[in-house]
Design a protein around this ligand. Structure first.
Ligand SMILES: N[C@@H](CCC(=O)N[C@@H](CS)C(=O)NCC(=O)O)C(=O)O
Length: 310
């Protein structure tokens, strides 16, 4: 099994979700720091155009989107399980809510003027302007909630979590932590870093104590790696994770396709189809520097289409 390489940056909530999971599982990994905004030439060399953070590399296999990364990490290191049988299904539904509804209220709310200086200490005004423009272009149809609306949403959401914890359980679904805990924790982590903005969490002591327990898993053992070394490693690797295409979907191996997230950062990644099943879309693409890589995307929240010839 090749080393797990996490491509991420310190301030990224979805990266924090994965880091906490690596801590939960007591895993060690190579850590590549990626830029917080475009341009990201070394990211593109590996992903072929997917710009979101984090992504994961195992040799010449690249895994996009934390939902898929979590499943792969759980396969590599099954214990403790991220998907305990008792809460299978419901835990993934709550995790999906946390990755979408909770995240898209918690993050814009934290980026209000009182929070920004804490989240980006000492950042020059020019950087903040470029960052805001980058995110606006990434998600042009996003309807940013007003701060009072966001705050009201958060009181609902944290009250739900507080209610789940009311019987004294340690994690959202009982004694073992699971995928829902890490997905929800990333937003609390971000808010807590936003100075006075974190006051919105004050009425929820059980949520705060729960978050401290999740945070106590730590972030695993990371070893720094450069993006150039990660690309060179992909180029030197000629074995790939097994792939399969489920029949009856109108696609065949080798079809020229494009893959794209359907929610935001709608950048097309072109390649030749290697796998298509209910869990994954995998494409093969050749990069000047990274060589032949297989790029994996989850099926949920992504679309695959036959490439249109020019
Ligand atoms: N569904 C994706 C969402 C990832 C995401 O939105 N990440 C943010 C950072 S936490 C991002 O990509 N921001 C833009 C960037 O890093 O370029 C996942 O689960 O990985």
């Amino acid at each position: 099994m090749p080393d797990l390489i996490l491509h991420h940056y310190a301030g990224s909530p979805f990266s924090e979700k994965v880091r906490l999971i690596l801590g939960f599982k007591g895993m060690s990994y190579q850590s590549v720091n990626v830029p917080v905004m475009l341009p990201k030439p070394d990211v593109m060399a590996l992903t072929g155009g997917y710009r979101r953070t984090p992504f994961m590399q195992l040799g010449a296999d690249i895994y996009c989107d934390s939902a898929l990364m979590c499943k792969v990490i759980d396969r590599i290191q099954p214990q403790p399980s991220l998907y305990p049988a008792e809460t299978a299904g419901i835990a993934s539904i709550v995790a999906q809510w946390a990755d979408t509804q909770l995240f898209w209220i918690a993050v814009p709310y934290s980026l209000q003027p009182a929070g920004v200086g804490h989240l980006f200490p000492n950042a020059p005004a020019e950087f903040m302007k470029t960052f805001a423009a980058d995110r606006a272009a990434m998600n042009p149809t996003f309807r940013r909630p007003t701060f009072p609306d966001g705050e009201a949403h958060l009181h609902n959401y944290f009250a739900w979590l507080e209610a789940m914890l009311a019987d004294g359980r340690h994690f959202l679904f009982g004694a073992p932590a699971c995928i829902a805990d890490f997905a929800a924790a990333q937003s609390v982590w971000f808010m807590r870093r936003a100075g006075p903005v974190a006051a919105v969490l004050a009425p929820y002591p059980l949520v705060n104590a729960w978050y401290d327990r999740v945070d106590a898993f730590g972030q695993g053992e990371s070893h720094k790696m450069t993006s150039a070394d990660a690309i060179a490693l992909a180029a030197a690797t000629t074995t790939y994770a097994p792939t399969n295409i489920t029949a009856g979907q109108g696609f065949a191996e080798g079809d020229e396709v494009t893959v794209m997230p359907v929610d935001y950062a709608a950048d097309l990644v072109p390649g030749r189809l290697k796998a298509l099943n209910t869990e994954e879309i995998v494409i093969a693409r050749t990069d000047e520097r990274a060589g032949l890589v297989h790029v994996h995307f989850p099926r949920v929240s992504f679309q695959v289409k036959k490439a249109v010839s020019p």
